[in-house]
Write a protein that binds this ligand. Sequence first.
Ligand SMILES: *[C@@H]1O[C@H](CO)[C@@H](O)[C@H](O)[C@H]1NC(C)=O
Ligand SMILES: *[C@@H]1O[C@H](CO)[C@@H](O)[C@H](O)[C@H]1NC(C)=O
Ligand SMILES: *[C@@H]1O[C@H](CO)[C@@H](O)[C@H](O)[C@H]1NC(C)=O
Ligand SMILES: *[C@@H]1O[C@H](CO)[C@@H](O)[C@H](O)[C@H]1NC(C)=O
Ligand SMILES: *[C@@H]1O[C@H](CO)[C@@H](O)[C@H](O)[C@H]1NC(C)=O
Ligand SMILES: *[C@@H]1O[C@H](CO)[C@@H](O)[C@H](O)[C@H]1NC(C)=O
Length: 286
Amino acid sequence: MRGAMLLLLAALSLASAAAPPCSYLIKAGDTIYALAQTYGLTVDAITAVNQLSNADVLQPGIVIDLPCSGNATSATSVLDLLANRSDLSTLFRAATAAGFADTLADEALVATVFAPNNTAFERLLERVLSNTTLDELLADGQELEELLAYHVVPGEALPAADLTQGLNLTTALDGEFVQVFKPANITRLSTSTGQYVRVLEADLKAGKSVVHITKGVMVPASSGIVLPQPSASCSHTVVEGDTLFGLATEVGSSVAALVDLNPALEADPTKLALGDEVILSADCEV
Ligand SMILES: *[C@@H]1O[C@H](CO)[C@@H](O)[C@H](O)[C@H]1NC(C)=O
Ligand SMILES: *[C@@H]1O[C@H](CO)[C@@H](O)[C@H](O)[C@H]1NC(C)=O
Ligand SMILES: *[C@@H]1O[C@H](CO)[C@@H](O)[C@H](O)[C@H]1NC(C)=O
Ligand SMILES: *[C@@H]1O[C@H](CO)[C@@H](O)[C@H](O)[C@H]1NC(C)=O
Ligand SMILES: *[C@@H]1O[C@H](CO)[C@@H](O)[C@H](O)[C@H]1NC(C)=O
Ligand SMILES: *[C@@H]1O[C@H](CO)[C@@H](O)[C@H](O)[C@H]1NC(C)=O
């Protein structure tokens, strides 16, 4: 009886711990011990994922990682959604470092937000910014602010169904637009620097805003950042006689690589239709 009571109490105290977010912004007075209690974690589990020692003082404003399930598809604000996605933890850090945390935490914010996943930031740092480290990027407030502002369309929460071919979107970055490129129903965003960035997971609900996860970080022309020159055409219109194998050979790529760039061809790679738009170089998606 007593044993059963203790088990019940243990179960209740476990149930009362909130699910841990993936990224957590340290507030004044936070300690690892208190966070562990709040989220039903051990101190070791937290220090292990953060290169922290138990004795480290937690500076308000820094971001730490927590072990999390990381698969939220809705949240009450954009910041909450980012906090609860393990694949968007770099964007959470970047948004916080750029001073956008308060804006994105606002549950009343109405916006369409394009959210590059963590791998997208790794590719940007390595291939576009010549192996700049994330810490260096996070320390460059101006550049970071511009990059992130280019991923926000204020005033409208546009689901993927409303992102129609050719639509011109006004971003939060002065004078910079992105245009929807949607051959074969695959949503891409064409940037002012000539990228074709694919939407990987659409329609995540974040309060009154909508978030679409993207494969690349979009680079605005005004940033002055120079992108790698694509090895082949970013948008090729299929003409009589084109085959996927022929195109792959022509640009020194493989059928598998082209299918990866053009998922619409996955079902039947032999089925290239006249007038289809295909992307021929992985650099177009960086
Ligand atoms: C998210 O992950 C948790 C824990 O792994 C799992 O229980 C839950 O079903 C997942 N939710 C979704 C929407 O995939
Ligand atoms: C993360 O998800 C939890 C559980 O759904 C929620 O309570 C919390 O508000 C979300 N955001 C943050 C920042 O923890
Ligand atoms: C980001 O998306 C790419 C393309 O789908 C995927 O290969 C990669 O694993 C994703 N990264 C993360 C951190 O989920
Ligand atoms: C970045 O580092 C990788 C691995 O060390 C190297 O192969 C690559 O050439 C570097 N890229 C640039 C642009 O310097
Ligand atoms: C998008 O719209 C703006 C303002 O109407 C215009 O200046 C710009 O050229 C348009 N971009 C494209 C690619 O149509
Ligand atoms: C395009 O995608 C939308 C939403 O994902 C879907 O409802 C529609 O049926 C698709 N259209 C085609 C032609 O595949």
